[in-house]
Design a protein around this ligand. Structure first.
Ligand SMILES: Nc1ncnc2c1ncn2[C@@H]1O[C@H](COP(=O)(O)OP(=O)(O)OP(=O)(O)O)[C@@H](O)[C@H]1O
Length: 262
């Protein structure tokens, strides 16, 4: 296949052959630099897809490739952010953001000798997401939205080629969520990484993505690929546009059909 992330005819059952069949016949290709969103009925296997693409679990059948290599263990080119920011309360925000550098090579090897430039990188990311000057605060001194901003910085500190986002804005109020959409839009424009975003929020998917993949009910597979070709940078007012809402409406219809067919 031709993507940066290629999942080809995947079958994944938890607990072996007689267990819960989460994915079956799932094929999906995400291009380099593309912002992909994955939506679908609850329990259709979206998080399972994320675990496969990052090498946390292996399929019973089919192949997973990232950056042209078959995935056979945790993928080091990936950064991840989930709904719960899970920052370490005893570390400052800056130290939380820098945590992956203590784990992921080659940064781990270089961290001591190039410490100041890594701090500058972390501070630059904090500035991009609107947290300039908050590096020395502890996570419990930050609001939920600010923690999620810092969480995005932590996912990006090692300059991953692939960013995996699993419902990262799900716990935030509507206004903060829209602010974070714009932060994500700007980070993607500036850094050019490939993104796979799992979300239940169809407006979020259409605002951020170049392509929205719709999954069937479990066992999950891709049933629709919706191109979203609004020009970038997209203003938040786009979400009130008729064409935008037509796409959201279509996606909602596909998911309703998938749920009804389950
Ligand atoms: N570790 C596990 N062991 C057994 N079954 C699991 C495990 N993880 C997930 N499942 C099952 O696999 C199916 C897909 O789960 P998954 O979490 O991938 O779905 P999802 O689409 O992310 O769900 P949601 O929309 O509710 O977040 C579900 O039926 C779930 O119960």
């Amino acid at each position: 296949m031709t993507g940066f992330v290629d999942l080809n005819n995947i079958r994944l059952a938890y607990g072996g052959g007689d267990g819960t069949l989460a994915l079956d016949g799932l094929t999906m290709a995400v291009k380099k630099g593309e912002f992909a969103a994955v939506v679908g009925p609850s329990g259709c296997g979206k998080s399972t897809l994320m675990k496969l693409a990052t090498g946390l679990i292996r399929p019973q059948a089919g192949t997973v490739e990232v950056a042209g290599k078959e995935v056979d263990g945790p993928v080091s080119v990936a950064g991840m952010a989930f709904q719960n920011p899970s920052m370490l309360p005893w570390r400052t925000t800056l130290k939380n953001v820098m945590l992956p550098l203590e784990i992921v090579q080659p940064h781990r090897r270089r961290l001591k000798s190039e410490y100041e430039s890594y701090v500058a990188r972390a501070e630059n990311l904090l500035e991009i997401v609107g947290l300039k000057g908050f590096g020395d605060k502890f996570p419990w001194q930050l609001s939920g939205g600010m923690q999620q901003r810092a969480n995005l910085c932590r996912a990006l500190i090692h300059d991953p080629a692939l960013l995996m986002l699993d419902e990262p804005f799900g716990a935030l109020d509507a206004f903060t969520r829209e602010e974070l959409w714009q932060v994500m839009r700007d980070l993607h424009a500036e850094k050019g990484f490939t993104v796979i975003l799992v979300t239940h929020d169809l407006r979020e998917a259409v605002f951020l993505a170049d392509r929205v993949f719709v999954m069937s009910a479990r066992p999950g597979r891709i049933i629709v690929e919706q191109e979203v070709d609004f020009p970038r940078p997209r203003p938040i007012d786009l979400t009130y546009d008729g064409g935008f809402n037509d796409i959201v409406h279509d996606l909602r219809g596909h998911i309703a059909e998938a749920r009804a067919a389950a």
